[in-house]
Design a protein around this ligand. Structure first.
Ligand code: ADP
Length: 265
């Protein structure tokens, strides 16, 4: 669907996003529904400063997954805007968005291609050296099982995919995001089957590594939430509170109840 920008002209993917450094994200007054008259997100707004790790927290159905899709322009909002480094995503071609922002969704799937193809095809990282691919696999703790495949990176997933566990698939999906050095990394419960230590390395260890990313993570683990620089707490498609975990614990009852339940798990 074509949209009109502020000056009234058609937007058709003219703007470019910057190439380097962690992204700044601004979400303004977002509204979105899958069906008319049934809003899933309403008036959602928050800012993420470059290099921060922000946890999206909220009960099931709050709209967290939907929000992650809006953040990478898999879907466009009915109202409001998402800006990366001040550029409205609707002015940017979808391919351009994916060169900057990587989303690892809840449901991961594999292509009928080689391991390497699965990690790089369509990511704009097709010609990265093997060394870098292995570094991403190492960070996602997928190095071990990929090394064990007969032809390593050249092994066709089509033949082997069925024998990979859910956790192994998820780790490949993580590696696929990491190999691109995304300026914005968005994880939608994408680390549920790796252990907490691995999750922390991906979310927070990245900042010790070479390229710096802004990270937005749909989080369900107390340890992860508590380590995040900031928390955005959603209920029923609205931002109820936004701030440091300790602040929200102290002042927001819904948040306190939810994360206390996570802590007991
Ligand atoms: P969360 O990630 O917080 O659990 P979701 O974004 O997955 O929330 O879902 C928010 C709401 O949107 C839910 O009511 C869900 O049923 C609805 N929803 C999610 N995906 C779709 C879809 N593809 N079509 C219609 N409704 C959807």
């Amino acid at each position: 669907q074509d949209v009109l920008n502020a000056s009234g002209s058609m937007e058709f993917g003219a703007a470019r996003l910057a190439a380097d450094g962690p992204a700044r994200v601004e979400v303004h007054d977002l509204a979105f529904g899958y069906l008319p008259g049934a809003p899933v997100l309403s008036g959602v707004g928050f800012d993420v400063r470059p290099g921060r790790t922000v946890a999206l927290v909220g009960p099931t159905g709050a709209g967290k997954s939907t929000l992650t899709q809006l953040l990478v322009r898999l879907v466009d909002p009915d109202e409001g805007r998402v800006l990366i480094d001040g550029v409205d995503l609707r002015q940017v071609a979808r391919g351009e968005v994916s060169s900057v922002a990587a989303l690892v969704p809840q449901q991961t799937f594999l292509f009928d291609d080689t391991v390497r193809g699965n990690l790089t095809l369509g990511t704009g990282a097709d010609d990265v050296p093997d060394e870098k691919v292995w570094a991403a696999l190492r960070l996602a703790q997928a190095e071990g099982f990929v090394s064990a495949l007969p032809k390593n990176l050249d092994t066709r997933i089509g033949e082997r995919g069925a024998t990979l566990s859910g956790g192994q698939r998820q780790r490949l999906a993580l590696a696929r995001a990491l190999v691109r050095d995304p300026r914005l990394l968005i994880l939608d419960d994408a680390t549920s089957s790796v252990d907490a230590q691995v999750e922390s390395r991906i979310l927070f260890g990245l900042r010790d590594g070479s390229p710096d990313s802004t990270v937005i993570v749909v989080a369900y683990r107390m340890a992860t939430i508590a380590l995040a620089d900031e928390v955005v707490y959603l209920e029923q498609g609205r931002v109820v509170d936004h701030g440091a975990h300790d602040e929200l614990l102290a002042r927001c009852e819904g948040y306190r109840n939810l994360v206390t339940a996570y802590e007991r798990e």
